[in-house]
Design a protein around this ligand. Structure first.
Ligand code: ATP
Ligand code: FE
Length: 335
């Protein structure tokens, strides 16, 4: 089975080819145009997708060393995401499937962030059902009980900002360019995580809240720079380490709670923030300390990519779950 996956939900145009669940190619074109605006500009994103989609798909097919006729089905991101961005991938996937006369398969982007763990990869174990999925990305923060490939239940989620936003907005307060998450990670590695203390939000159950955290960082920086204008420069590594330490604490506290409530000790993380070295280390420690088994995806399957879309397509193909050509992009799309 050859699946071509297409992803265009936000600001990355991506295409990948999987053969029986194994990667043949995985191409991502990251849009640089948003950097100067400090965030993704939806209109610019959809225009860039239009420019990128044909070359990206061509590259994915060429790198896979196949021809279009070999493709068994086309999987595309139906949502959630930015409407204009989704429309580009959706229309393209539809026309290509129609032209090649092969099945079309719609994919939920958040399901894909979790099922990315099933991409067959040497040296990487796959979780067994049931497991707990923690999706931490630029738009979502969810704890998901995964009973089967397509039996997922959200048992906790953010009531305001996503954890990726907490990273990016904190970074912005520190004057770092967008997206700041990876930079906080970088500086944090040389800093003292206990240098500064930030409050953890009190949210019931398994839900999260990050908007108060961001405000706490803002007030802290305002207060300190009033006394010392060079405060950020002099303490950047410690500030980043402390911010990251607090955010990871918020995530692991809820994970502990989820494990306690469900009795499930297998944790699989996904989404852009799972690239964070701090969260990766924290989970490795939790394996030793709490007897969890944690699954951390390969770096290229954490942020937006089409391989994860294609793997969902693969499992839907096996089930014969195909989409109608009347299917449309869906900006809000629950898993
Ligand atoms: P969604 O998947 O919810 O639609 P998205 O696709 O925009 O959102 P992803 O591409 O999965 O999000 O993740 C992007 C986010 O991951 C950004 O907020 C970015 O700052 C964050 N991120 C990436 N690498 C790291 C890192 N090493 N440490 C912390 N955050 C990171
Ligand atoms: Fe994503």
């Amino acid at each position: 089975i050859y699946i071509l996956g297409i992803e265009s939900s936000c600001d990355d145009t991506a295409a990948a080819v999987l053969h029986n669940g194994k990667i043949l190619s995985n191409i991502v074109a990251t849009q640089e145009v948003h950097k100067q605006y400090g965030g993704v500009v939806p209109e610019l994103a959809s225009r860039a997708h239009q420019q990128n989609i044909v070359p990206v798909i061509h590259q994915a097919i060429a790198k896979a060393n196949i021809v279009k006729k070999d493709i068994s089905a086309i999987a595309f991101t139906r949502g959630p995401g930015l409407m204009g961005s989704l429309l580009v991938g959706t229309s393209f996937a539809k026309s290509l499937a129609m032209g090649l006369d092969i099945p079309l398969i719609e994919v939920n982007h958040m399901q894909a962030h979790i099922l990315a763990h099933f991409i067959k990869e040497d040296g990487f174990d796959q979780p067994e059902f049931p497991f707990i999925g923690l999706t931490i990305s630029g738009g979502h923060t969810q704890i998901v009980k995964v009973s089967d490939y397509f039996a997922m239940e959200v048992i906790g989620e953010t009531i305001d900002d996503a954890v990726g936003e907490a990273f990016d907005k904190s970074a912005k307060i520190l004057g770092l360019p967008y997206p700041g998450g990876p930079l906080i990670d970088k500086y944090a590695q040389k800093g003292n995580p206990k240098a500064f203390k930030f409050p953890k939000p009190k949210v019931e159950g398994l839900n999260f809240s990050f908007s108060g955290f961001k405000t706490a960082v803002l007030y802290f920086i305002q207060r300190e720079t009033r006394n010392n204008p060079d405060f950020i420069k002099e303490n950047l590594e410690d500030i980043c380490a402390s911010i990251q330490y607090t955010i990871i604490g918020i995530l692991t506290d809820k994970l502990k709670k989820a494990v306690k409530e469900t009795g499930i000790k297998q944790i699989a993380i996904g989404g852009g923030v799972s690239a964070n070295s701090g969260i990766r280390n924290a989970l490795k420690e939790a394996e030793k300390k709490h007897g969890w088994k944690c699954f951390i995806p390969k770096f290229e399957y954490t942020t937006d990519n089409a391989a994860m879309i294609a793997i969902v397509g693969h499992y839907k193909f096996l089930k014969g779950e195909f989409s109608d050509f009347s299917t449309t992009a869906k900006a809000r799309y629950k898993i």
